[in-house]
Design a protein around this ligand. Structure first.
Ligand code: ATP
Ligand code: MG
Length: 411
């Protein structure tokens, strides 16, 4: 095993500490590193504050072999990443005429005058190497100093990524060639709780204990991840887990619940129509986010009020009288919308997302009914899990899609 490389990332920019921007660079960088068999040991987001930055750079040096900074290479007064690193390492900043010419050419090519403050972008710490920026004005910086490596990349995402791919990744691959890429096995599991899945797969995870396991729950579904440098080990785990999970497994690999449902429909030459009440169109939104959804998803109705249920899904007053959040009404909605659009499958969802109790029936907050009308009849299911409104809606969306998926794979 090669010795681990200690790597940290530092995202610089005051906006990253507020609600204005999320630091997405560190996630992107972590992913690229993982594919090289490397990983972050620490990450920081920090504001444009000279003293704080100097203190952080100073701390990072003894604990990291590679420090990756993004942001603060711009021409304005609050961009000083290079200056602070130069201070910390006691190196002067040297004007690089060829960089100045490149910056001037960048503006000339866009027929804009070069502002005088861009001149500071041509300054590089003595002993460091400038990295060209073909899509912006700020050159990056690669600096090897007493066995440590410091990387400085511009903040704008397209500039950061381009420079990483062109200049950083090839160098790191070269330097750390002994490290092997980490592969990931991903499985999506539907309608099973995180702790239930953890319990159920404990023995299998132990059998494949040399893999690094992560279980991530979100509303209504759980993601199971295994990482390893050994493709064969992941393949063996895949076979075992697919057998254990059976129809609880939504998909293996990159897919989503909605793409899996669409793939199933398309593979069978079948179509889907929706009648959504509690989910307000969220099921349709998830399906139509998948390119090519029209190959199987015909459309549907947001049948929210009792009048809409009458008009859009052909329900009768007598059916509605049974309470709009009920198995009977949800079944009638699924059958109604299936018939109206001539689809193979009709899926309907009703429920009470709260915060107040349902004015049209006795269903308590957090109750949802799902009905699937298909070629072999209609089946319903209900779930009750009190939560706040967005969570009830999100979970109902996932559970409804998963109920449909299960009904399809059972046939
Ligand atoms: P440059 O050196 O090119 O001037 P900069 O950091 O000075 O970089 P900024 O204006 O701070 O430039 O950043 C450019 C854009 O990139 C901004 O919209 C900023 O919010 C965004 N950005 C910077 N860092 C990150 C990050 N870590 N994650 C996501 N977005 C970021
Ligand atoms: Mg900035």
């Amino acid at each position: 095993m090669p010795t681990p490389v200690r790597i940290e990332s530092i995202a610089i920019g005051t906006e990253l500490l507020t609600t204005e921007r999320v630091d997405t660079h560190s996630i992107w960088i972590a992913r690229r590193l993982m594919e090289m068999g490397l990983g972050l040991q620490r990450k920081t987001a920090i504001g444009d504050d000279r003293e704080a930055l100097a203190a952080l750079f100073q701390e990072s040096l003894p604990r990291s072999d590679l420090v990756i900074c993004t942001g603060g290479l711009g021409p304005t007064f609050d961009d000083f990443t290079k200056e602070v690193w130069a201070e910390v390492l006691g190196a002067p900043l040297i004007d690089q005429p060829h960089l100045r010419r490149e910056i001037e050419a960048f503006f000339a090519a866009r027929q804009r005058p070069c502002p005088p403050n861009n001149a500071k972008q041509a300054l590089m710490p003595l002993g460091s190497e400038a990295l060209p920026n073909p899509v912006g004005t700020a050159p990056g910086c690669w600096w090897e100093h007493q066995g440590r490596r410091i990387v400085m990349l511009p903040g704008p995402p397209q500039e950061m990524k381009r420079m990483w791919l062109d200049h950083i990744e090839p160098r790191l691959k070269n330097l750390f060639a002994a490290h092997r890429p980490t592969h990931t096995l991903r499985m999506l599991v539907g309608s099973v709780g995180e702790s239930a899945l953890e319990h159920r797969t404990a023995a299998l995870r132990q059998r494949h204990g040399h893999l690094e396991w992560t279980i991530l729950a979100s509303l209504g579904q759980v993601e199971l991840l295994a990482r390893s440098t050994e493709v064969e080990a992941l393949e063996a785990a895949r076979r075992d887990f697919e057998l254990e999970l059976g129809e609880d497994r939504i998909c293996t690999g990159e897919g989503t619940l909605e793409s899996t449902v669409l793939d199933l429909l398309m593979a069978r030459g079948e179509t889907l129509a929706l009648a959504e009440s509690i989910t307000g169109g969220r099921v349709a939104a998830r399906l139509t986010a998948v390119p090519g959804a029209s190959g199987a998803f015909l459309g549907g109705a947001v049948a929210y009020t009792p009048q809409a249920k009458l008009a859009l899904a052909g329900l009768s007053e007598a059916q509605l009288a049974q309470g709009t959040v009920s198995a009977a009404v949800t079944e009638a909605l699924a059958q109604g919308v299936k018939a109206k659009l001539g689809a193979t499958w009709g899926l309907a969802i009703t429920g009470n997302a709260g915060p107040t109790e349902d004015p049209h029936g006795p269903a308590p907050v957090g109750t949802s009914f799902f009905a699937v009308a298909g070629p072999h009849g209609t089946r319903t299911q209900h779930s009750h899990l009190p939560a706040d409104r967005p969570d009830v809606q999100a979970r109902s969306t996932t559970l409804a899609l998963d109920f449909l998926r299960r009904e399809m794979v059972r046939r």
